[in-house]
Design a protein around this ligand. Structure first.
Ligand code: TXA
Ligand code: MG
Length: 317
């Protein structure tokens, strides 16, 4: 793997059928040209990800959804207009272009427009290189299957560097400012259903369109009970429970005081900061000399729901 200095080199590598570690506003992604089944196939071997787990295709603009998806409901158009570019992924009925190699054989395709300017520029350059404005970059999070998502280039390289070839590339775009993955919406029915909580909150969505309370029949295999898991045990505790525990590494909001003997890893002042720091904190707690990691989940709505979701999965062995 070689680190490239700009979007043009990353786009060239993608156009030539190589993989690229790329920054997004949520987490770093492992990208491939979405029209190239061989390179997309390498995403799965590189991540050690089961082949039936579909990947998100990132496009440069909302209007290009019609080159990948069909039967786009009005509310999906409204959600795209409100939150793209940004941390929102829409699951739509696929067009044949969205082949089984992207969808894991499902009849749906996941589409997102990232707000990271570097990612946007890679798409623009790839579109020029391939002479096709509707190009897509297939990109799951740049971590090994089941492991913690990376929010910096160093963390992505730590996860995947050893599995990449000399011609694959990596591009730095700073720390991901959202810090947790995109919100995934099932947009195949008459009303939207949240499949994964993320950077766009349920409250944000409800300000545009009523969310359905029913269960989705779309399969989102990445949303497993155990995911984002550190090697050490992660225990979720309340502020009061913490005082009765043996010392360990601690991740909690700044209103939680650090009990004597605990190794405070992160001290976010609000839920947005908590989300930004979460994965880096889990990673550094995992590397610390402590044998147990404690996290006090944030309360309330908004992005706190996505943080609780990730903490619950990370704590499931
Ligand atoms: O923020 C994000 O979404 C990041 C950045 C890189 O964009 N990507 C990401 O990708 O989190 P990944 O592969 O780690 O998670 C994507 C989730 C998985 O749970 C997958 O099962 C679900 O999206 N998914 C993808 N395509 C789908 C489809 N056609 N139908 C249902 N679920 C789908
Ligand atoms: Mg992932």
């Amino acid at each position: 793997m070689r680190e490239v200095s700009g979007p043009t080199d990353a786009a060239l590598a993608l156009a030539h059928g190589h993989l690229a570690i790329l920054p997004t506003e949520t987490v770093y992604g492992l990208g491939a040209d979405a029209d190239n089944p061989e390179t997309v196939g390498r995403i799965f071997t590189t991540k050690n990800r089961p082949a039936n787990h579909p990947v998100i295709v990132h496009i440069s603009q909302q209007e290009h959804i019609y080159m990948w998806a069909t039967t786009v409901p009005d509310y999906a158009v409204d959600l795209g207009t409100a939150f793209w570019p940004g941390p929102l992924t829409l699951i739509l009925k696929r067009l044949p272009r969205a082949g089984d190699y992207l969808t894991g054989g499902q009849e749906t395709i996941a589409l997102r427009v990232s707000s990271h300017p570097v990612f946007g520029e890679v798409l623009t350059q790839l579109a020029q290189e391939k002479n096709d404005p509707s190009v897509g970059i297939a990109a799951p999070s740049a971590n090994r299957f089941g492991s913690v998502s990376p929010t910096t280039l160093a963390h992505a390289i730590e996860e995947l560097g050893e599995y990449l070839t000399d011609e694959d590339v990596a591009l730095d775009g700073g720390s991901s400012h959202v810090g947790v993955e995109s919100t995934i919406i099932d947009a195949t029915g008459s009303e939207p259903i949240i499949l994964r909580h993320g950077g766009i909150t349920a409250e944000d969505i409800e300000s545009v369109i009523k969310l359905s309370q029913s269960e989705s029949d779309v399969r989102a295999p990445g949303t497993l009970a155990s995911h984002y898991a550190p090697n050490k045990q992660l225990r979720l505790v309340t502020h009061n429970e913490l005082l009765e525990r043996q010392p360990g590494a601690l991740i909690a909001m700044s209103d939680v005081k650090t009990p004597t003997g605990f190794n405070r890893i992160a001290i976010p002042k609000n839920a947005n900061e908590y989300a930004q720091m979460l994965y880096a904190a889990i990673r550094s707690a995992d590397k610390s000399s402590e044998s147990v990691i404690y996290a006090v989940p944030p309360t309330g709505g908004g992005i706190a729901a996505a943080i609780r979701d990730r903490l619950n999965r990370a704590a499931t062995q």
